[in-house]
Ligand binder design. Sequence first.
Ligand code: M6R
Length: 364
Amino acid sequence: EKAGHKHFMAKEIAEQPTVISEALAYYLNADETGITLPDPGLDFSAFDRIVMVACGTAYYACFTAKYWFEQVARIPVEIDVASEFRYREPPVSARTLAIFVSQSGETADTLAALRYMSDKADTIVSVVNVAESSIARESDIALPILAGVEVGVASTKAFSCQLTVLALLALEAAHQRGEIDGDTLSKRLTELRSLPGLLTRALDLDETLNIISNTLSEAKDILFLGRGMMYPLALEGALKLKEISYIHAEGYASGELKHGPIALIDSHTPVIVFAPHDALFDKTVSNMQEVMARGGKVLLVSDRKGLEVASEGVWQTVQMPEVPDLFAPLLYAIPAQLIAYHTAVAKGTDVDQPRNLAKSVTVE
Ligand code: M6R
């Protein structure tokens, strides 16, 4: 049942190219130039803002999607963790679309947040893996992520399928609202369809990341840095690592470093930097150099262009395939997950059933 893998988590990481392809096939039109949403569909011209609510990894998928909806569809997005949202009882303006993201569809806080919004938001969308779940049933439209059963407590393939569906939703919103034309939509969809192939290439880094993770497993604290869409991924990388390896890890927006966290830097604290060679690359690199100037040990995850200009003085580099800027979080999720996985294996923890955690948190 683990298909030759040592753990369900390893199997689920490896399945990502396949499940992402399946999710894309489900949502793309036959000619693959447009998107079809399940009935009753969504009219994005009816919304002025989006509120996205979830917990844990699903929340980081929302955080990533905020960048997509705002950048591509130009709709303001508010995000919150469900446990805060439900008791904060925020005022909800008219023309609000509420999106709830949950692998299990049974997370107590997310369900309570959905119920709070049910008579306030214009439309309730859920993005779920379990199609018959409470969250799916109680929403106006449920979008399946089609990840298949996820056994590992640490969410991996559900995260990338959540991202896939949210990316499609952001593109559909952008197209409907006239922010992108049909040609651009079709171009972006072609890019998205190239993702499974790129993920397969990133999975080839498994052994490289295994070796690096042996050293990481000796650390007491590990920091993750990212800018733009790599910021939510830094948070996700840190969550994954602490969940299964029990090593203390934090994710920060690179630019926040000098506002406090840089005080933590010393030669014993590895700093993992996710930085594709995009418009924000130089900024991230200058933050990374501040870390190195203070004796910090940097693992730089970037692409060929990025590593060509920024490898000097770096402890370790990992060369990723080049990826269209917009979809980099989907690709960089692979090294984030493999680092957590191999570090945990090196520490000898129970990877699939980490201590104190449950797969589905149905009590608050
Ligand atoms: O089933 P859900 O997606 O609603 O679960 C939300 C979180 O409990 C979940 O993502 C949790 O953070 C994972 N263990 C992360 O790997």
